[in-house]
Design a protein around this ligand. Structure first.
Ligand code: ADP
Length: 669
């Protein structure tokens, strides 16, 4: 026995060791894997941050190049150049203001005259001068407005150019206002604006700057519709630079926007157009005041090559006059140097709106710290390189949107490995348990088989010894009386019956094991089958002094194999005899219960402990008793096999020391 179980136990130890070994390797690998994952993810994030940073830099470059490629050196015509820079500015919201300079550094666009340095002598013809002087005398000294008007009108005849005409028309307008002749005034001022908008007085102030406020002043319900397009035209000319800007412009524009609110003839669209022109004009004025000097400085610089080139001969200059966010993009190689004032923040915002992060594994937040950070904070992987050579002080800070990304990733992976390891552990334990159970089973079965062989030998020996003994006595004619001879013969017969029953059980079991049992079901009378079984056992009942009580319903028929059912009953009766000690009573009952037939065998014997009942039908199973009772452990196994074959069930009701009831429940058909 022992030498057989040994290899199995060794195998178990090998198995457990293998499981422990592979389990530890797996755990080690998973821990390693998690730390690798962390490292790899961090690396990946840094790579992506670098990638994003370089994407951003190239986007800045692309946007600037997009602006500069539209312009090239061939553009030497001021008007064409002006149209180009204005068009480009309108198409890019990050451009605050386009500009064009004279090569001396003065601004050409925006066209701001400021205070002319040397007020130019305006030359008028002698006739014009004398007529105009007479007009002024009449208007201011004599206060004769009619005479004044006539004189000014005659000036128009002497007029040779825009300036004299505008000067005369302006005086005529003034007189018309004084005369309350609004209609006339409107016509004079409109003429100045539409035909002589470029004309300036001896102080360099455009006549339109006088004409426009006058027009606004004389506006009423009736003429508003007429004045509105003139106002729009005038602002348009100022905006495009045909009428120069000066220090009065802003005040003039404010006057117009204020006036616009009081006009009922204006619709929303027109009002928007005029307001847009007004904003642009004010922007130009402020730009000129703020950057004018810086721009001319720029041209005067000995070596403009110091500035960083941005392609197409343009240079990026970080503005000194403006805020940190403003920079100038200028091409000094044009006949008229030109360029743009950029809003860095708007440019960055515009780039951030593009699909900058497409194709990246993680999502990032992009910031532009206002203060230069020598060392980026490391805890959530911020990458902060310099953004672009054009903006040496500008950093870009790229950080993960999900700050806990790596922590979560590691936790999740850890959880997966944890669960997997747990499953593995459970599976391993299950494997070990199964192996141990199989080993125990194997051992039990081996023990049962060995017990069976010794039991069978013993069982066969007892009846054989009796048979031999009695047969010998008969043969040697030691028996004198006929009664004794008959008695001896009965012993031989009954012992051989007992032998047959035993052998039948063994045969039955072995056939079932091999699946070769044959059943012959016929409609049979169960009462007579049971009677015949009792009859066969009667010798033993008498011999052992048993009281047999039968309660058999008559004429109970069922579809059964009569020989096998008889074997069942005989086995049960034989057990009743074997396992009864003091009270020697057997009850045999047969009755119908619904569709079933119940065969009951009851004894008042030693009974069966409750925890053993489930085992007694197992092959070779025997409960060890104090005094040895012979048996093979197959009787009940065969009972169960036969009852199963009849689609019935066997039930046991037993109490140790009190007795047992075996009930066989068979279906009628
Ligand atoms: P055997 O009787 O040859 O040992 P069985 O298969 O007939 O084998 O019975 C199995 C075991 O069940 C017996 O060893 C015995 O312990 C128990 N047993 C069977 N019938 C009875 C009974 N009527 N009373 C008490 N114990 C019984």
């Amino acid at each position: 026995m022992n030498h057989r179980s040994k290899p199995v136990s060794r195998l178990t130890i090998v198995f457990i060791l293998a499981v422990l070994f592979s389990g530890s390797i797996l755990t080690w690998f998973s821990i390693n894997n998690i730390s690798n994952l962390k490292e790899l993810t961090e690396k990946r994030i840094i790579e992506e941050q670098r990638e994003l940073s370089s994407r951003f830099s190239s986007a800045v470059q692309r946007n600037i190049e997009k602006v500069t490629t539209g312009l090239n050196k061939e553009i030497n015509l001021f008007d064409v150049l002006k149209d180009s820079v204005k068009r480009i500015a309108a198409g890019n919201i990050f451009i605050i203001q386009p500009f064009i300079l004279k090569n001396t550094g003065q601004l050409l666009y925006p066209n701001f005259t400021g205070i002319p340095e040397n007020i130019s002598e305006q030359r008028f013809s002698a006739g014009f001068r004398s007529a105009f002087r007479k007009g002024e005398e009449a208007e201011f000294a004599d206060r004769n407005l009619i005479k004044a008007k006539n004189n000014y009108l005659s000036c128009l005849n002497y007029g040779t150019g825009a300036i004299d005409s505008a000067k005369a028309l302006n005086a005529l307008g003034r007189v018309a206002v004084k005369q309350n002749k609004n209609e006339d005034a409107l016509n004079y001022y409109t003429l100045i604006i539409s035909d002589f908008f470029a004309a300036t007085d001896e102080n360099g102030n455009p006549y339109t700057y006088y004409a426009l406020p006058q027009l606004l002043k004389i506006t009423n319900e009736k003429n508003a519709k007429k004045i509105l397009p003139v106002v729009e035209f005038c602002l348009g000319k100022i905006e495009t630079g045909f009428i120069p800007l000066n220090y009065n412009t802003e005040e003039l524009v404010i006057l117009v926007t204020g006036w616009l609110k009081t006009i009922s003839a204006v619709n929303a669209e027109k009002s928007a157009t005029i307001n847009k022109l007004a904003t642009s004009i004010i922007q130009q004025v402020r730009f000129t005041i703020k950057y004018g000097n810086e721009l001319s400085e720029l041209l005067r610089k000995d070596n403009p090559g110091n500035y960083i080139t941005a392609g197409n001969d343009f240079k990026v200059v970080n503005s000194v006059a403006g805020t940190k966010n403003e920079f100038i993009l200028i091409n000094t190689n044009y006949k008229n140097p030109a360029g743009f004032l950029f809003d860095r923040t708007k440019l960055f915002d515009e780039i951030l709106r593009t699909e900058l992060q497409s194709g990246l594994e993680f999502s990032y937040k992009i910031d532009f710290p206002a203060i230069y950070r020598a060392k980026p904070t490391n805890d959530n992987l911020i990458y902060s390189p310099q953004l672009s050579p054009w903006f040496p002080d500008q950093q870009i800070e790229i950080s993960l949107i999900n700050k806990d990304l790596i922590k979560n990733l590691v936790n999740r992976r850890g959880l997966i490995y944890g669960i997997a390891s747990l499953f593995l552990l459970v599976a391993m334990c299950l494997g070990v348990a199964l192996i141990l159970r199989d080993i125990t089973r194997e051992r039990n079965l081996a023990r049962l088989r060995t017990d069976f062989i010794s039991n069978v030998t013993h069982e066969l020996k007892t009846p054989l010894t009796s048979i031999r003994m009695y047969a010998e006595s008969l043969l040697m004619e030691r028996v004198k009386t006929n009664d004794t001879r008959k008695e001896y013969l009965e012993v031989v017969l009954n012992e051989s019956e007992r032998l047959k029953r035993m052998i039948n059980n063994i045969l039955e079991f072995s056939k079932t094991e091999k699946g070769r049992t044959e059943y012959h079901f016929v409609k049979s009378n169960l009462t007579s089958i049971i009677r015949s079984a009792i009859h066969e056992m009667s010798y033993w009942f008498e011999k052992e002094n048993f009281e047999v009580v039968t309660e058999l319903d008559e004429n109970i028929d069922a579809e059964v194999d009569p020989e096998k059912i008889k074997q069942v009953v005989e086995n049960l009766l034989s057990n009743s005899i074997k396992y009864s000690t003091d009270v020697r009573q057997v009850f045999i009952r047969l009755q119908k219960a619904g569709d079933n037939v119940l065969i009951e065998v009851e004894d008042k014997g030693i009974g069966i402990p409750a925890d053993r009942i489930s085992h007694i039908f197992e092959p070779f199973y025997r409960i060890e008793q104090k005094e040895s009772i012979s048996g093979t452990g197959l009787g009940l196994t065969v009972v169960k096999e036969i009852v199963d074959a009849h689609k019935g069930i066997v039930e046991v009701n037993s109490e140790p020391g009190k007795g047992s009831i075996f009930t066989v429940r068979l279906p009628v058909s």
